[in-house]
Design a protein around this ligand. Structure first.
Ligand SMILES: [Zn+2]
Length: 264
């Protein structure tokens, strides 16, 4: 049976040393759909983080440095590898001195997001090319895997899942010349078997469960916060306050109810 983010096999590799917000972005630029945040909203969130003294970093830096970092960190992750990461999001992040992790669909580099399983409402958008990935890696962007083909690995036969996990990692390491340590589950779906497979190839993985990550979390089931939920943008600067924790719990409940009705 498929479960969303609820598989918790033991023993658990430890999560972040203290509560950590891992934000999820998709496309940044035009806005107007659940996977597109406008550039203005994005800038406002980055400013809100800066004003609150919170630094946006890659997932690797957040997990490696969190305990030693002088101030608070949030991990900034971008799913699917949209081309507008290079033209819209990254210039803003660089100016702010922030880092990021981009999860690539390696079989579609330089193409678009029209993979099977894409909901009908999703706009068709170009994805980063291999050359852009190489350049961004040189500039300090971290890349993780989001499979070769954006296949729902939780529903795929284990040998197919293993091939997607292995080949996407290989492709990213070949393009960037750096280790590819992280994985994002397509559609946020994971089974206990898949979680074990991912652990063979990666050092941590992220889901779409809406909350802060913490020390009790399994490193292969790290929850994330959809950035469009941080509207108004000042919420980004208040991520570590109890009020925003309560707000996210409410949004989580709303999303659960909507999913139960719409089965998206
Ligand atoms: Zn995706």
């Amino acid at each position: 049976m498929l479960q969303e983010n609820t598989a918790r096999p033991a023993p658990l590799p430890l999560g972040p040393t203290r509560p950590l917000a891992i934000l999820t972005y998709h496309s940044v630029g035009v806005g107007g759909s659940p996977i597109r945040l406008s550039l203005a909203q994005f800038r406002q969130q980055v400013r809100a983080l800066q004003r609150a003294g919170i630094r946006g970093v890659s997932l690797g830096e957040a997990l490696d440095q969190q305990g030693r970092a002088a101030g608070r960190l949030v991990a900034l992750t971008f799913d699917d590898g949209f081309a507008d990461f290079a033209t819209a999001a990254w210039p803003v992040l660089r100016e702010a001195g922030f880092g990021a992790t981009v999860f690539l669909v390696t079989g579609r580099l330089g193409s678009d997001n029209a993979w099977p399983g894409q909901p009908r409402w999703a706009p068709r958008l170009p994805l980063l090319s291999r050359g852009e990935v190489r350049r961004l890696a040189r500039e300090g962007v971290e890349f993780g895997s989001h499979t070769v083909s954006h296949l729902c690995l939780a529903e795929a036969p284990p040998d197919v899942a293993a091939t997607e996990l292995a080949l996407s990692r290989q492709a990213i390491e070949a393009a960037t010349g750096a280790p590819c340590r992280f994985f994002a589950y397509p559609y946020g779906l994971v089974t206990p078997t898949l979680r074990l497979q991912v652990a063979e190839y990666y050092s941590a993985a992220v889901t779409t469960e809406l909350r802060l990550a913490g020390p009790a979390d399994d490193r292969y089931l790290l929850p994330r916060i959809d950035a469009p939920y941080l509207a108004p943008a000042w919420l980004a600067g208040a991520l570590y306050t109890p009020a925003v924790g309560a707000y996210l719990a409410l949004r989580r409940l709303g999303r659960g109810l909507r999913r139960a009705v719409l089965r998206d």
